[in-house]
Design a binder for this molecule. Structure first.
Ligand SMILES: [Zn+2]
Length: 283
C-alpha cells in the first residue's frame, strides 16, 4: 500500500462512517428510567423488529445491541427497505451485482451478530429511491409485517428537522414511514384486506427505540460487544476503501483496524461503550 493510498483510506473512512459517528455524538436528554427488568440488556425471548433503510444502518447504529439481544435468545427480524444497489464508485460495477454483494455482506454481518439470514426480510426497493415509491403501498407492506410478527419492540431511524440535514432520502423516508406504519398496523380499517384476506389482526407496537436520534434518551450497554460490532461493520466490505473505489472482497487489515477504532471512538461513554436511542412507549 502506498503512502498516498493510506491517506486516502483514512480520509474515506472518516467519510464512510457518518452513520456510526452521529447517534452517539448527540448527548442524552431527559434520560428515560425504566425498571431493571425492562432494560433491553435483560430481555429474553422477546420478538424484536428492526427497520433499516439500507443493509448496514442496523449494524452501524445498533450492532452491539443486536449481538446482545441475539445472545439472550430474543427473536430478531431485520426488515431492509432498499437493496443498496447504488453505493459504489467502481465504474465497472452494475446495480444487479452490487445488490447481490450487499445482500451477502449484510447476511455475513448478521451472522456475526447471531442473526440467521432467514430472519432478514428484503423489501427490495432501489437505493436512493424510497421517497419515490408509492408511500400508501409501502406503509401497508410495513403494517402487514408488524401484524404478522407482533413485535414486543421496534427499532427504526428517528426523524427530525436537524437530522434531515444529513439524512439522505432513504433515511428520511424509513424514519417517517415506519412510524406511520405503526398506526396502519393498529387500526384495522387502514388496510382492511390484511384481516379480510389473511386473518391478520391489528397490532399496537408497545415501544419503539429510534436510532440516529437527535434527542436520545436511552442508552444500551454494549461494552462486551464493541469488538464484535466493529467486526460485523467490516463485513460491509464494499462500503469502505479500497473496495468502494474498485471492488474487491478483501478487507485490508489496516481498514479493519480503522473501522474498529472508529466504533471504539463513536460508542465510547465514560469507561464503557453504549448505543443511544430515543425510547418512546405507545409510539
Ligand atoms: Zn443508510
Amino acid at each position: 500500500m502506498t503512502h498516498h493510498h493510506m491517506i486516502t483510506t483514512a480520509l474515506l473512512l472518516a467519510l464512510a462512517l457518518p452513520a456510526a459517528a452521529q447517534p452517539v455524538a448527540a448527548p442524552l436528554v431527559g434520560t428515560e428510567e425504566v425498571k431493571s427488568e425492562d432494560r433491553v440488556e435483560t430481555w429474553k425471548g422477546k420478538s424484536i423488529m428492526v427497520f433499516t433503510p439500507h443493509p448496514d444502518d442496523d449494524t452501524f447504529s445498533m450492532g452491539g445491541t443486536l449481538a446482545r439481544l441475539a445472545e439472550n435468545g430474543n427473536k430478531i427480524t431485520i426488515v431492509i427497505y432498499t437493496n443498496d444497489d447504488k453505493g459504489s464508485r467502481d465504474l465497472e460495477m452494475t446495480s444487479e451485482r452490487l445488490a447481490r454483494i450487499r445482500r451477502a455482506e449484510e447476511e455475513e454481518a448478521c451472522r456475526l451478530l447471531g442473526i440467521a439470514k432467514e430472519n432478514i426480510v428484503w423489501l427490495g426497493y432501489e437505493d436512493g429511491n424510497l421517497e419515490y415509491a408509492d408511500p400508501q403501498r409501502l406503509r401497508g407492506e410495513v403494517a402487514r409485517l408488524i401484524k404478522i410478527h407482533r413485535p414486543d419492540a421496534v427499532f427504526c431511524p428517528d426523524s427530525g428537522t436537524k437530522w434531515d440535514q444529513w439524512h439522505k432520502t432513504d433515511h428520511r423516508m424509513a424514519a417517517r414511514l415506519t412510524k406511520d406504519a405503526f398506526i396502519g398496523a393498529e387500526w384495522h380499517l387502514y388496510y382492511p384486506q390484511h384481516l379480510l384476506d389473511e386473518g391478520l389482526k391489528p397490532y399496537s407496537v408497545p415501544v419503539a427505540y429510534y436510532f440516529y436520534s437527535q434527542e436520545p434518551n436511552y442508552e444500551i450497554d454494549i461494552k462486551d460487544k464493541i469488538d464484535l460490532k466493529g467486526q460485523a461493520a467490516a463485513a460491509h466490505v464494499s462500503q469502505f476503501e479500497p473496495s468502494l473505489d474498485k471492488y474487491t472482497p478483501e478487507m485490508p487489515a489496516l481498514v479493519l483496524q480503522k473501522i474498529k477504532e472508529g466504533f471504539l471512538e463513536a460508542n465510547k461513554s465514560g469507561e464503557g461503550y453504549v448505543e443511544r436511542f430515543r425510547r418512546e412507549e405507545h409510539p
